[in-house]
Write a protein that binds this ligand. Structure first.
Ligand SMILES: [Fe+2]
Ligand SMILES: [Fe+2]
Length: 136
């Protein structure tokens, strides 16, 4: 399993947002560790709760600024957030004692695709607007 690491190209040059995105990368790292060390039985529920909590917090942060700055891509972006939130909660509901290893792999893959695609494509689109409103 290749370790997923933060890359400079993910940066939006906004500290609060970059830090929150880095926290996702950190949670992916925790999942990888749990998988590699066969700790998912013990750790998955906790990691899952942290992923859900952090995801909700991060989306709320972005959406707060969309509103504040009158960002014109907000509707589409918020719909994407809602879609991902549902995917996470659907996966969480599928978790039970016997499938934690499989669910861990799925969650890690889902988060990697999300951080790569959503951050690099959709989040990048608001970078200019946020900068213009003085956010760094
Ligand atoms: Fe984001
Ligand atoms: Fe976003």
């Amino acid at each position: 399993m290749t370790k997923f690491v933060w890359q400079e190209e993910f940066s939006l040059h906004i500290k609060e947002i970059d830090d929150q995105h880095k926290q996702w990368v950190g949670l992916i790292g925790r999942l990888h560790d749990a998988i590699t060390h066969r700790q998912v039985e013990k750790d998955l529920e906790k990691i899952f709760d942290q992923v859900s909590e952090h995801t909700a917090l991060h989306f709320a942060t972005e959406e707060k600024y969309f509103k504040l700055f009158g960002y014109d891509g907000a509707d589409k972006h918020i719909a994407a957030h809602q879609g991902f939130t549902k995917k996470i909660s659907d996966l969480q509901k599928q978790m039970h004692a016997n499938n934690k290893f499989q669910i861990s792999l799925e969650l890690a893959a889902m988060l990697e695709v999300w951080v790569t695609n959503h951050v690099l494509v959709m989040d990048k689109k608001y970078e200019k607007c946020f900068h213009e409103h003085g956010l760094r």
